[in-house]
Structure formats: structure tokens, C-alpha cells
Design a protein around this ligand. Sequence first.
Ligand SMILES: Nc1ncnc2c1ncn2[C@@H]1O[C@H](COP(=O)(O)OP(=O)(O)OP(=O)(O)O)[C@@H](O)[C@H]1O
Length: 296
Amino acid sequence: MPGNVDPSLAPGATTSVPDPLVVVDQVAMTYVVRSNSHRGSSGKTERNRSASGLTTTHIEALKPLSFMVEHGESVGVIGTNGSGKSTLMKLVTGQLHPTGGTVYATSRPIMLGVNAALVQQISGQDNIILGCLAMGMSRAQAEGRRQSIIELSGLGDSIHLPLKAYSSGMAARLQFAIATSMDPEILVIDEALNTGDAQFRERTGRRISELREQAGCVFLVSHSLGTIRDMCTRVLWIERGELLMDGDPEEVTDRYQEYSNHLGRNRVKGARLLREECQRELVRTRFSWTDGTGRR
Ligand SMILES: Nc1ncnc2c1ncn2[C@@H]1O[C@H](COP(=O)(O)OP(=O)(O)OP(=O)(O)O)[C@@H](O)[C@H]1O
């Protein structure tokens, strides 16, 4: 279980929703980066220079935010580049520890992305076993899944070649097939839909639909508003590390499109006013815990 994700979501927690799978409670993330850069502070970053000449930069990637996701929801996550979407997903899956707040999940959330690590020197089929073990399967479970992963990858006899002989598209197919072999209850998809060629995209699209049907809930991070509208029942809009909207896909993507249009036409004031309007309108989630653990 990832360190910051508490699987024991308390049954005694007071919520207005009956079947929560993920609770993000006042979660915040500030990265600390040390470098010998001499540039000054700006925006959401703060820099301090030490006696050794090293500069410490604090990047506030996410301000405290809270939400809850219940069984059956497909949650889209949108926002401009660098707004904090991937950071939020890494916090949900436990790849990162938040600098504030806590993520609670009823089971281990699995990230389906294009960046699962593969080992270059060993064959595709040995990578399947390693990948499955790394995702928490037993050796027997990994062996049991091997054939279906080979079939989904569509790599044929190339599965016996070492990874270093694969093209990047072939490696991406294998990564996708390994990553989707889990049938997780809580699934996080980070832009994985754009992997591979047209034929493989069709196959991945089908597999993702299957996974969405089986999963308890799905998070989907994408810059494609069409994909978000087609696949999601709810959308979170994160901008400059802040949750700006949480609601109906049409409504949130329309507002986001309006914001992007302002930015695209360099209408900085229009974009700022829209952000401020969303901040005022957002109904912020607050949790009160009544299970005696002292959590609030
Ligand atoms: N490992 C890291 N170390 C330091 N800063 C980071 C790190 N990862 C992300 N950041 C910073 O955190 C902020 C949010 O980044 P994040 O990757 O979460 O954004 P994003 O919304 O997923 O962006 P994109 O749409 O471009 O993928 C950015 O300012 C980024 O520079």
C-alpha cells in the first residue's frame, strides 16, 4: 500500500454520499527544488539562496483541496499545462506524499499511464512478469495473465526479443497491455488514450471501456475535452494549483473552453475575472470525521 494512501476509509466517517471510494481531504503539495539558478522569485514559486550558493525553490503545485469520489463515477481532470493535474493523480495513487492533508482510498488506486518502467535488456515476455510483480501480483497471478497481455499487446513473435530491439510504439503497446492487466477498483488514466497507432488505439479504447465498466471509479486526465465529455460523469478543473470547478462535464468544460479562449487571445484580465468568478462560486467540500481517530 502506498505510504500516504490510507486504505481504511472509516465506515464511521460522516459524509453526504453513501459509497465513497476515494476521499481527498485538504491535500496540498509543495515541491522543493535545489539548484544553482540565479533567477528571482515569481508567481507561485519562492526562492531562497543559501550560503553554499544553492537556490532552494518552493513550487506550490497544489493548494489545499478536498473532494470525494464515489462508486460508479468517472471523474475527468482538466486544466492548462502545469496546473497540477498529474501532481494530484500522483498523490491519489500514492506515488507522491502530500505536504499537507491526506488521501484515503478503499483499495490501491492504479495509474494507467504510458510511463511504466520497462527493462531494456530482457525480453518482452520477461518484462510482463516483472511489470505484473511490480504492480503487486503474485508470481502465479503474473504467469496466469501473461498470455492475455501478449494478445492485447499484439506484438506476436517480437515478444521474445529484448526490449532494446523494440520501436517506441511497440514498447508503448507492451506498457499499456501490462498496465491494464490489473482490473483495479480505482483506476487513474493519465493521457494513456493517445498511445500507439490507429489500430492499437482502437484496441486500447475497447480495453479502457471494459476497465471503466469493471472499476469502482475512474479518474481520467486529458487535454481532449471531447474525450472528457464522452467518458466522464463529473469533471474537476484545476488551475494554478487550485480547484476551480467540480461538477457537470458540459458545464465545466464549457467554462474551461471560455478560459482557454481568453488565454489564447491574450485576454489576461478576462481569464483572471473568470478564475475569480469560479473561485467565488465553488462550493468547497469539508469533511468531519466521527470515528474517534481525531481526524477532522
Ligand atoms: N518533480 C517535480 N519537481 C518540482 N516541480 C514539479 C515537479 N513536478 C511538477 N512540478 C511543478 O508542479 C506544477 C504542476 O505540475 P503538474 O505536472 O502536476 O501539472 P499538469 O497539470 O499535470 O501539467 P501538464 O498538463 O503540462 O502535464 C508545475 O509548476 C510543475 O513545474
